[in-house]
Design a protein around this ligand. Structure first.
Ligand code: GRF
Length: 195
């Protein structure tokens, strides 16, 4: 076993960013180990993809709230991460707000990817917000997570054009290609900064 940073990847969706990270690791472009893949949704594709790659997976117990875990759920998540000796928490399409006690358990070690050039277009479906605003350029951002939504310190960004005939789907697909390149690079940058 190597001594590379131990990551947990949290996601609620299809997991294309998780796959991009694991591919970057396998190709030697990112020195890290994904030691756990966690989802709040038992049927999320990210878990199926992780199982295919023989990576350990975990599902969070159901929460009474749609956008966050219960305080007990958040505590159980911290315990799960500690039990697996996780050092960095990587949010890759995780659709719940991360709160205490997780943030103070992993200070400056919770990282998220967001599909816009923050601080523009925080929140959900940022690519639709970009089309509605009529901007010619958007992109993606990797940032540290703090108590405010999509507002932590920015690690890296990548720009993507918005084309006149873009639909939400074509624009999100273009942003995701940029995300898959940016995420491993930005994580490597964060690991260097912490060492
Ligand atoms: C990405 O666009 C990411 O920026 C946002 O959620 C989406 C997750 O996609 N936070 P995937 O599950 O990694 O394919």
């Amino acid at each position: 076993m190597n001594s590379f940073p131990r990551l947990a990847v949290l996601g609620s969706g299809k997991g294309s960013n998780f796959v991009a990270l694991q591919e970057a690791i396998a190709a030697g472009r990112l020195e890290a180990r994904i030691v756990l893949v966690v989802s709040d949704l038992p049927d999320a594709t990210i878990l199926a993809r992780a199982r295919t790659m023989n990576l350990p997976v975990a599902t969070l117990p159901p929460s009474p709230f749609r956008t966050k875990l219960s305080p007990e759920g958040e505590l159980a998540l911290v315990e799960l991460l500690r039990k697996n000796e996780v050092e960095w928490v990587v949010l890759a399409g995780y659709m719940r707000v991360v709160k205490e006690p997780l943030l103070s358990a992993f200070p400056n070690r919770v990282i998220n990817i967001h599909p816009s050039l923050l601080p523009a277009f925080k929140g959900l479906r940022a690519w639709e917000q970009a089309i509605a605003a009529g901007v010619k350029e958007t992109g993606c951002t990797v940032h540290y997570v703090n108590q405010d939504i999509d507002a932590g310190e920015i690690i890296a960004q990548r720009r993507v054009p918005v084309l006149p005939d873009d639909t939400p789907e074509t624009l999100h697909a273009r942003i995701q290609i940029a995300e898959h390149e940016l995420f491993p690079e930005a994580l490597a940058k964060a690991f260097r900064a912490a060492s």
